[in-house]
Design a protein around this ligand. Structure first.
Ligand code: AMP
Length: 407
């Protein structure tokens, strides 16, 4: 069983081709700047000992052309890994928003496509492109089952007190305004990995997982289920992110619109693209650059790092309170997996919660799955490289198995 996993964005397509026999990635890659003259097609064939990389810069008109290029690379010439496209067992798609309609992955049919379409308003930057990927695969790979895996699905277990906003109830009824949460596949993966690293059952664990990447969020996971998460109705709420503000007083945009006559469109851009680490530091949105400038003493870069870390700590404390305790803390995604410095700051002076980092273990853990807490620490702290693609492929496999059993 070989599964193609797609993450289709507005001008990009990330993909992996996974052999589910041993969960080995056969091919991974990315098509970027789709629609531009200088689009980039990257394709890595993963072989023991030698990886073959294809890198082409050329005009790629649209996603259909991108997927066609990929199918050609998979089936033809030196880059090929299968003889023809019938060897693709299924395609698993990352779909960002499943609203309240989807609490698990599903096999795509016309009704599912309609329901994803209905969630467009909830994720206008993501869902239309995700669905485009599904439509194109339907056309280019006829008869190949497609599975939709939703970022929001893992959080559908949150209790109502965690997902309701205290605004008129009517808005929930009319517009489905509530907390949804994102990065669900990542949390599903790291929480299960953490339990296995602790040699404990998920049902016995209270986990806080910090997905600290360009987009950042944090989730409280009790008995394997999401009970609260920092991203909300959209991925704008919660932690400080690369360019997103995270939590702010909701009257700030209203005030700016009033005193500065800033338009609604500008407000959206300010909060989504000009805020966060980028807006505070004035250096950029990449944490590595900001840390470098902070190291040289740049005041605003230091401020950005301090606000970022403070917000993470605040949420860890809040979620420990929500779960009445904490057994395990996980750091994942670009910053969480690769920055011992940020992890150390996030865990400093948290001994009241039983969190104590081992300096050496923390320094050594870069991009790998490791225990970084000390022997004395009551809470086990881990770095765990996330693997959303594998979760999508596993979900696809599970659904195909059921389909075969019941059909
Ligand atoms: P992601 O969205 O998960 O790909 O993560 C991207 C973020 O991870 C960017 O802000 C990068 O600067 C950050 N990042 C990657 N490597 C490091 C590192 N070694 N130290 C600090 N931040 C890093």
């Amino acid at each position: 069983m070989k599964i193609l996993v797609f993450n289709c964005g507005s001008s990009s397509l990330k993909y992996q081709f996974i052999d589910m026999k041993d969960e080995k990635v056969i091919v991974r890659g990315l098509v970027d700047r789709i629609g531009m003259e200088d689009a980039l097609f990257r394709y890595s064939k993963i072989e023991t000992g030698k990886d073959t990389e294809v890198k082409k810069v050329q005009f790629i008109k649209d996603h259909e052309e991108a997927i066609n290029l990929l199918i050609d690379a998979l089936t033809k010439g030196d880059s090929s890994v299968i003889r023809n496209k019938s060897e693709i067992t299924a395609v698993g798609h990352r779909i960002v928003h499943g609203g309240e309609k989807f609490s698990r992955a599903v096999l795509v049919d016309d009704k599912v496509k309609e329901d994803i379409n209905e969630c467009f308003e909830l994720a206008p930057l993501h869902n239309p492109h995700n669905l485009k990927g599904v439509e194109i695969c339907g056309k280019l790979l006829p008869g190949v089952p497609q599975i939709a895996v939703f970022d929001t699905a893992f959080h559908q277990t949150m209790p109502s007190e965690a997902y309701f906003y205290a605004i008129p109830y009517y808005f929930y009824e009319k517009y489905n305004i509530r907390r949804y949460g994102f990065h669900g596949s990542s949390y599903y993966y790291v929480s299960r990995e953490a339990a296995s690293m602790m040699k404990k059952k998920l049902k016995d664990l209270k986990i806080v997982a910090c997905h600290l990447g360009n987009g950042a969020s944090i989730t409280a996971i009790k008995k394997g289920k999401s009970v609260d998460t920092s991203m909300g109705f959209t991925p704008l709420e919660g932690l400080v992110m690369g360019t997103r503000s995270g939590d702010i007083d909701p009257s700030i945009p209203l005030y700016l619109m009033d005193v500065d006559e800033i338009s609604l469109g500008e407000i959206k851009s300010i909060l989504n693209r000009q805020s966060g680490i980028y807006g505070l530091s004035g250096v950029g949105s990449d944490m590595r650059d900001v840390l470098k400038e902070a190291g040289k003493g740049d005041r605003r870069a230091r401020l950005a790092v301090a606000v970022f870390v403070y917000r993470v700590k605040k949420y860890i404390g809040a979620y420990a309170a929500v779960m009445n305790g904490l057994d395990c803390l996980v750091f994942t995604a670009g910053i969480g997996e690769n920055s011992p410095y940020i992890r150390d700051l996030c865990c400093r002076n948290m001994d009241y919660l039983g969190i104590e980092i081992d300096k050496k273990r923390n320094e050594k853990a870069v991009g790998t799955g490791n225990l970084i807490s000390s022997e004395k620490s009551k809470v086990s702290v881990f770095t765990i490289p996330t693997n959303e693609e594998l979760v999508i492929a596993r979900e696809a496999k599970k659904i195909l198995r059921k389909k075969t059993v019941f059909s």
